[in-house]
Design a protein. Sequence first.
Length: 270
Amino acid sequence: MAKRITPHLSYAEYVSTDSDNSVQVWQARLRIIEAAKHVYPRFLNKLASDVFPVYRQLAESRKLAKEGYNFEKALWSENPQLTPLDVLAEEGGLKSALTKWATQFNAQVEWLMVGALRTLRDWHVAPDWRESLKWNTFHGRSETVAIGKDFEFRYLGWDVRLLTWSVYSESVRKRFEEKISEYERATREFAESLGMVRARRKYSRENFDWFVLYQFAGMSSTKIAERWAEEADGKAVDESTILKGVKAAAELIEWEHLRETGKTRNRKIR
């Protein structure tokens, strides 16, 4: 299996703890979709084959939304009280087709289903995006503004009669380091007082792959381990590592309910 570059989830120092407004969570969710394209393309292929034709038919007849609602407006709205799922017409079969698709892949979460509707819209207006299974990346969010006070630094001028340049410049640098450290500490305290948390720098891309195979494809940890050994030139990964990885990915995207393992011999994630 070719090694892939693992990009940062956020280049910022701090992110919101609200999953709907967190750049980090959103980027992690987009990584999940990219992982699906890579390790389980059936997930998006079925959206294209089973749901898109229904969307296209209703879009062309302008019957996507319930009477009195504007589907395009709701599609890009940041109002949590009126999502595209809320205004979607009951007639025509799109809501049932979308729900069936999400249920088939254990993916009945709002952010993913709304993202699917936005993606279907993109596919309708840009057919080449459907061919490439490009996922919509729009993230309507309202981030907390957390900008520290202006940083200012002043120091007494150099008295050339009393001090050499080396002594004076060393004194300036020492005081500057003290002031910049004080500023850093105060600004971090300010950000954290707003409920923000440090952004996560490192994560394992394999965890996202394993999450997709476990959650969307419904594979057991045993099957995932077998597949991984085949595709990674025999490099074995034990089941406990895979289960921990699935859980880690679920936490990053704030996926509350992993699928039930049923009566398989697979251990549950705790």
